[in-house]
Design a protein around this ligand. Sequence first.
Ligand code: R5P
Length: 306
Amino acid sequence: MTDTPIIFSGSLHPHLAQEVVSLLGTSLGKRELNLFPDHEIYVEIQEEVLGRHVFILQSLGSNPNLYYMELFIILDALKRAGARSLSVLLPYYGYARQDRINKPGVSITAKLVADLLSAAGTNYLIAMDLHSEQIEGFFNIPVHHLSSKILLISQCIELGLENVIVVAPDKGAIKIASAYAQALQLPLALLDKERINVFQVEMRLFLGNVKGKTVFLIDDMCSTGGTLVKAAEVCMELGAKKIIAILAHGLFIENAIEKINQSPIEKVIVTNSLPIHDMLARHPKFHVVSIAPLLAEAVSKSIHSN
Ligand code: R5P
């Protein structure tokens, strides 16, 4: 039995997993992941994990159905192979936005996922920038909730803070935006968003004054880009000077990158919690900040507390 942990990666974001193991001075656990002809997932663990502390990194970007199922099967395979503990690293928690009953007849998928992760054998969860804090409470296992704020704030400081206002594009973003405003000692403005459908949002200024200011537009995530682009347009109409968007998670679904490119947004600072599209990596408007050091530190800390 060895105390040295072993880290496996799911198939969505091996690049980030590789960065994490490189920082920890180790290498990824060997496994085979394949699809049967009917698209059932096949997992084979090709390392000795008996009695070992095991970490599995999986991000859940586009197609969370596939990647969650893959994660559950990896966990099950590791449990059956006798791993001593199973810690899941979820840089992006898919299904997190459905975290409450907002109308009769809907599911709380964030809670369902928490139950499924535990049922599959997870003993410990390391998550990043959860959509809402109540998600931590959906688990009966310890949750280490990391924040990329520390990394993104230093990017904001590098950009300069003169004549800057922090803007929350909707009510859901007030908490995160006010945390940035407080840390950077900047004023805060708030937009009110009404979602017409999954692709279309309406917005108006609710609080604050963006006239003549550089706007730091803060949200936890960008999916189709509708929210950010609309918020940027509204701020520009109200006389803002320039717009910089700061995000923890970049899903960039459909033509989001194109939409942002054609919008008044001058720069997007985003973490690599989700895989970075080649187009985005080369794009001068986008600046990607790696969360690998935070994940590596969290793994290292949890090893020492085990
Ligand atoms: C909403 O609750 C989130 O914080 C984001 O504002 C939203 O998911 C962004 O979605 P989209 O990019 O499709 O407007």
